[in-house]
Design a binder for this molecule. Sequence first.
Ligand SMILES: CC(C)(COP(=O)(O)OP(=O)(O)OC[C@H]1O[C@@H](n2cnc3c(N)ncnc32)[C@H](O)[C@@H]1OP(=O)(O)O)[C@@H](O)C(=O)NCCC(=O)NCCS
Length: 145
Amino acid sequence: MGEKTAARVSINISRRAQSAIKGEKFLMSWNISRYIYDDYIIISIDLQNPQRNAVAEISKLGDSWFFNRLFVPPEHRRKGIANALMEELVKILDAKCITLRNEINPYGDMTYEQLLAFYKKFGFKKTEEGFVRYPKTKKQELNVK
Ligand SMILES: CC(C)(COP(=O)(O)OP(=O)(O)OC[C@H]1O[C@@H](n2cnc3c(N)ncnc32)[C@H](O)[C@@H]1OP(=O)(O)O)[C@@H](O)C(=O)NCCC(=O)NCCS
């Protein structure tokens, strides 16, 4: 087993988010961190409480990559944070040419059907191999801004 390599990159993103309560649009700004290891990738959004960050985590088991966790703390849901995490994640999947397997196990606000539509938006498909996202591009240098 080779040594693990890690890269942490912080990106500040701003976007218009929709308030779940009033429906108004407002500008939000988050710091996204990417931790990239040989067999583990975490995208995290700093929400001022390290125990309660929003995260997308994937890991490699054997030759296959699996989605471990997509979680946004309840008090920060419906602000577009999961969308932001997934946008970062799919950039890395494409840049590193990773095929990612996923299982939908809802344990929060969204139902199975809602999560299915959500993941499909990011390229996941039901295939004979399960619910999978294949990379869109050939392997390339990871230079995600
Ligand atoms: C699933 C989860 C990560 C979504 O996080 P979020 O930050 O609230 O999601 P976003 O605000 O980015 O919304 C993503 C999309 O889902 C929709 N959505 C979010 N919550 C919803 C809800 N309660 N009902 C209906 N749609 C919802 C949004 O409208 C948005 O759709 P759009 O991109 O078409 O506009 C969050 O609810 C969570 O952590 N749940 C518990 C853990 C879980 O179930 N993880 C999935 C395991 S497979």
